[in-house]
Design a protein around this ligand. Structure first.
Ligand SMILES: Cc1ncc(COP(=O)(O)O)c(C=O)c1O
Length: 382
């Protein structure tokens, strides 16, 4: 199943041929740790032990590679497990990484609290400003420029193609965390990125019922290196988690269109509301990254952040009053979520350069009936 097929066709069929033994249309959950060999070394289809490879996981990995336009997809137990495997596969003590000054709090914590102790140096920079990235790069030492776009939770936009050139000129890899956009809205490899990272927990899985992560690459040698580390480090996705993610990914395209449509209506409400300060959404022409987003994204996504007039306590109150928008961490599921990043998802960045504004509220706009979502927000803000 190649690039001649459309996105939705690949989402439903890539890696998901009917089962050879039974004709089952849905990929089975191969809940097995090991495989019978036909004589010593006589593997069937290359399967010997499920940390190394498992057919349900292979189906998901093949599908993800097809959706991102890569040659290799790898599925992990979580987004952070995918990130950790990538970092340790390509960097070593003494190397340096440029990370966004508006990264997911857990990604920041992984670099600042874990990898740094093992000798990996990092600098945070405003990745929406190519000059700031150029200044942060240490030629010869910088192994990766690590990008999120749109960013979590401020929804900043970075120019993937421009930063790919900048990173490559310095001999570094460009890594793009594509969690917020999903492969339906944005294709970083086609724009020059070397590695795509996903928390598949979010839009890819889409139903808030599984935690997972993924890496996708175009370069076959890098793909081999990551596959080696996936097995050597062992943070793989289990068969049932891979199956749930694969079931979710089939509807990614239709879900994303509804997420985007509902988010656009939510933005219209927020912009006109007297209790709302700034509305951060890359689909707004006023957004500083709007032009770049329009160039590199199909639509603008289901994440919306805004500040509340009245400060931190007022923002917390809005989160507490919402009902249909469920108060909770995570994002990208069919159900709408609301949260206070400063006290919740990004609490680990408090006191750091990545601290987020205290009056900020983040919405993950789900795919419920949009009029119900608007009524809930009006109530929460009243
Ligand atoms: C943008 C982004 N990247 C990575 C992660 C980490 O993924 P996981 O929670 O699956 O480990 C998250 C989690 O919220 C995220 O939002």
């Amino acid at each position: 199943m190649g690039s001649r097929h459309g996105f939705e066709t690949r989402a439903i069929h890539a890696g998901q041929e009917p089962d050879a033994a039974t004709g089952a249309v849905v990929v089975p959950i191969y809940q097995t740790s090991t495989y019978k060999q036909d004589g010593v070394g006589g593997l069937r289809g290359g399967y010997e032990y499920s940390r190394s490879a498992n057919p349900t996981r292979t189906a998901l990995e093949t599908c993800l590679a097809a959706l991102e336009g890569g040659t290799r997809g790898l599925a992990f137990a979580s987004g952070l497990a995918a990130e950790d495997t990538l970092i340790r596969a390509v960097a070593q003590p003494g190397d340096h990484v440029v990370i966004p000054d508006d990264a997911y709090g857990g990604t920041y914590r992984l670099f600042a609290q874990v990898q740094q102790r093992w000798g990996l140096d990092w600098t945070s920079a405003d990745l929406t400003d190519p000059a700031a990235v150029r200044a942060a790069i240490r030629p010869g030492a910088t192994r990766m420029v690590w990008l999120e776009t749109p960013t979590n939770p401020l929804l900043g936009i970075a120019d993937i193609a421009a930063l790919a050139t900048l990173a490559h000129d310095a001999g570094a890899l460009l890594v793009v965390d594509n969690t917020f956009a999903s492969p339906y809205l944005q294709q970083p490899l086609a724009l020059g990125a070397d590695v795509v990272v996903h928390s598949t927990t979010k839009y890819v899985g889409g139903h808030s019922d599984v935690v997972g992560g993924a890496l996708v690459v175009a370069d076959t040698e890098l793909g081999e290196r990551l596959t080696y580390h996936q097995n050597a480090m062992g943070a793989v996705a289990g068969p049932f988690d891979a199956w749930l993610t694969l079931r979710g990914v089939k509807t990614l395209g239709v879900r994303m269109d509804r997420h985007c449509g509902n988010a656009e209506r939510v933005v219209d409400l927020l912009v006109a509301h007297p209790k709302v300060g700034d509305v951060l959404y890359p689909g707004r022409p006023e957004h500083p990254g709007h032009e770049v987003a329009a160039k590199q994204m199909r639509r603008f996504g289901g994440m919306v952040s805004f500040t509340v007039v009245g400060g931190e306590e007022a923002a917390v109150e809005v989160c507490n009053r919402a009902e249909l928008f469920t108060l909770g961490e995570s994002l990208g599921g069919v159900e709408s979520l609301i949260e206070h990043p400063g006290r919740m998802t990004h609490a680990s960045a408090a006191g750091s350069p990545l601290e987020v504004p205290a009056d900020l509220v983040r919405l993950s706009v789900g795919i419920e009936s949009v009029d119900d979502l608007l009524a809930d927000l009006r109530h929460a803000l009243s």
